[in-house]
Design a protein around this ligand. Structure first.
Ligand SMILES: Cc1cc2nc3c(=O)[nH]c(=O)nc-3n(C[C@H](O)[C@H](O)[C@H](O)COP(=O)(O)OP(=O)(O)OC[C@H]3O[C@@H](n4cnc5c(N)ncnc54)[C@H](O)[C@@H]3O)c2cc1C
Length: 398
């Protein structure tokens, strides 16, 4: 085989390139990235939490990948001296209804092969002095955090040593089943194409002839980060989420280097890179997003209007702190926080069924493979996703 082209130089594109390069299938592997460097979007703008895999419904790709990926990523970080925090996580409840969801998450975790315990709240002090729960809590010892930047740098150096070619400052804007075309009208031929363009993967898939019932709804994750290292909490503390939405609710996390983060929010925005008010606006994509937002807002599809009203309040620091305070007996107002680099979850919206797509979505067509809905926990899952995609490519050529 001559040339494998991967569009999108985030963690998903890079790990796929590495996995396939190790198989020596292609004469050339070309990784194409629109920015001046690799991995500057969701790959580093995230919580850095290595998820264990208990949120995801049976038979989803997330359920299939996450617990195995958790092991792979933790081992990779340890073996490569990437800064990690082995803190583990507790999930706490506020009322009887949340206790039911906690049970459900526990069952999902067990089904998904996750190391997980459900424990009476009288023991919570042994896990985290300040966490509080209604009756029980979940204990997930393998939910660690790692440094996304260190991980990215290690993967970049591994890809260099495997001879993977990287083309930066190149945005792919169109294509056919033989070649793709960049924004300067250069044509690049491929024998196989992988679309790993993160928040722009859906748009690119449409340009390459993929028809689907999806549009995009992006949500901005704002964070507060403690000004100083914080040793108050021992664990990540998460609430029970609304399981009909893919977000986990405002939580407290410990970074790999022991700072405390609160967040992320899920505030509706207008493009996959709309980090600040006018950043990343694009007439075509933003117009479609606004149409979906209006539909979801007026019909309250999947609780979108309620979510929007709740999330908009988090533009104020004090409201994020107030929400996080519900998880602990420690008053977080005592800690000084700064706003921290936000990230955007560009979420697929199924406009026919009026639901959010909760799972990763892989679409194959001829010599193309499109990775859509690369949302959390895609960072944790990247090594498993890479294996899955690599197997698909091998099968294609056999
Ligand atoms: C706020 C937030 C918190 C999160 N927390 C966690 C967490 O704790 N744990 C976890 O597992 N996951 C988490 N995630 C999810 C995780 O970060 C992402 O799922 C993952 O990083 C996706 O990686 P990616 O490579 O698919 O996307 P990206 O990192 O966005 O990479 C895609 C790349 O494609 C490039 N690109 C796009 N279009 C084109 C084009 N046309 N031509 C060329 N290049 C293009 C982009 O510039 C970008 O570099 C979080 C995400 C967010 C936003």
């Amino acid at each position: 085989m001559q040339r494998l082209v991967i569009v999108g130089g985030g963690i998903v594109g890079i790990t796929i390139a590495i996995e396939i390069a190790k198989k020596n299938l292609f004469k050339e592997i070309l990784l194409i990235e629109k920015e001046k460097s690799l991995g500057s979007h969701a790959t580093v703008r995230n919580s850095g939490v290595i998820h264990a895999g208990f949120y995801y419904t049976e038979s989803s790709k997330k359920a299939e990948f996450c617990s195995k990926a958790n092991n792979l990523l933790r081992n990779y970080c340890v073996e490569n001296n990437i800064t990690i925090n082995k803190c583990g996580k507790v999930v706490v409840t506020k009322n009887e209804k949340e206790e039911e969801t906690l049970e459900l998450l526990y069952k999902r975790g067990v089904n998904n092969g996750v190391k997980l315990e459900i424990i009476d709240k009288k023991f919570i002090f042994d896990y985290d002095e300040y966490a509080k729960s209604y009756r029980n809590f979940l204990w997930s010892p393998n939910t660690w955090s790692a440094s996304p930047k260190e991980l990215l740098n290690k993967l970049i150096s591994e890809s260099e040593s495997l001879g993977i070619k990287v083309l930066t400052n190149t945005r792919i804007s169109d294509g056919t089943n033989e070649e793709i075309i960049d924004n300067k009208n250069n044509k690049i031929k491929y024998d196989f194409l992988i679309n790993a363009a993160g928040g722009y993967a859906l748009e690119l898939s449409k340009k390459l002839g993929i028809v689907s019932d999806y549009s995009l709804l992006p949500f901005k994750g704002l964070y507060l980060k403690s000004k100083k290292i914080s040793k108050i909490f021992k664990r990540h503390i998460y609430p029970v989420p609304n399981i009909n939405q893919p977000f986990l609710g405002i939580h407290t996390t410990l970074t790999s280097d022991n700072f405390l983060k609160l967040g992320p929010t899920a505030i509706p925005v207008l493009s996959p890179e709309n980090y600040k008010i006018f950043d990343g606006l694009d007439f075509g994509i933003s117009t479609q997003i606004i149409k979906s937002q209006i539909d979801c807002f007026f019909n309250n599809n999947f609780g979108y209007r309620d979510l929007a009203f709740r999330e908009i309040k988090y533009l104020l620091k004090s409201n994020i702190i107030k929400e996080a305070n519900k998880l602990t007996n420690f008053d977080l107002n005592q800690i000084e926080f700064d706003w921290y680099t936000p990230g955007i979850r560009a979420q697929l919206y199924d406009f026919k069924n009026k639901t959010l797509e909760m799972d990763f979505k892989m679409i194959e067509k001829d010599k193309q493979l499109h990775i859509l809905n690369s949302i959390s926990p895609a960072w944790t899952c990247s090594f498993m996703t890479a294996r899955y995609i690599s197997d698909k490519v091998i099968t294609f050529f056999n």
